[in-house]
Design a protein around this ligand. Sequence first.
Ligand code: NDP
Length: 291
Amino acid sequence: MNFTLNNGVDIPALGFGVFQTPPEQTVDSVQEALQVGYRLIDTAAAYGNEREVGEAIRHSGIERSEIFIETKLWISDYGYDQALHSFEKSAGKLGVDYIDLLLLHQPLTVDFERTIGAYKALEELLADGKVRAIGVSNFMPDVLHRLIDATDVLPSVNQVEGHPYFSQPEVQQANAEHGILTQTWSPMGGITSYRDDSSRSTFNDPVLGEIAAVHGKSPAQVMLRWHLQEGRSAIPKSVKPDRIAQNFDVFDFELGAEELAAIDALDTGVRSGPDPDSITLENFHRDIPEA
Ligand code: NDP
């Protein structure tokens, strides 16, 4: 299943995420994902595992052109020149000469000029054919509109926190007004388990459990199916082969309208990830190594 981006490029609807996957487990888990059928891999300069993602792709035996590689520039590399250089760092670690989708990882709202500069670098990379599509992550509607007003090329994707406990329908709506695909991070609510205590874990939610039982599926599969049916891309992460396979096995059942509505109703309006407005170079600085 694919979505078509607002620049005509196709993107697999369901991808594989590698945030918090240690470099030493990244090659195996990405290879496992490619074997069971994922064709979209989501990494980031700040994850420290772009090199291992590239290695897994090269050793998979699958044509580069059949795999959609997505990565993100970190705020410490914002500004026009720094962002152009940061693309070179990421492409070098991945071992590729083009990247399918390049995102700004976070808005730097306290220094929006640097954010705009970085986005203009993405526009340049797009024009030069070094990336096939560009986008943003964690841009709330007001900040997204500021970016759109100051730049020429609409983002194709806005990757945001999105799971049954924090589904951000207003963000999806604002994205849709510009033809921007909403891609959800922590799509199964992983962050509700590893950030809070696990008493509020989506994986143990009774409503999701009931729906899962009806379809003979797991709560994880129900959550992923819910995203796809509501028009969102999703990028689940796992390092466990059985879960990697399970999370991709979501194309043989369909949720009914009442089931979708019951999952929508689980939204608490409370985010688990950091407030995008709180991101500054002081509290979130990361040195992105050259190689
Ligand atoms: P997920 O919703 O993908 O959940 C992952 C967690 O759930 C892991 O702890 C994993 O453990 C566990 N898990 C995976 N599959 C199952 C299953 N079938 N049943 C039970 N537990 C399961 O959340 P993430 O936060 O990992 O987000 C996914 C991806 O989103 C990231 O890898 C990254 O690519 C992206 N992301 C982007 C962010 C951004 O700011 N743009 C922020 C955060 C994430 P185990 O590995 O042990 O299976």
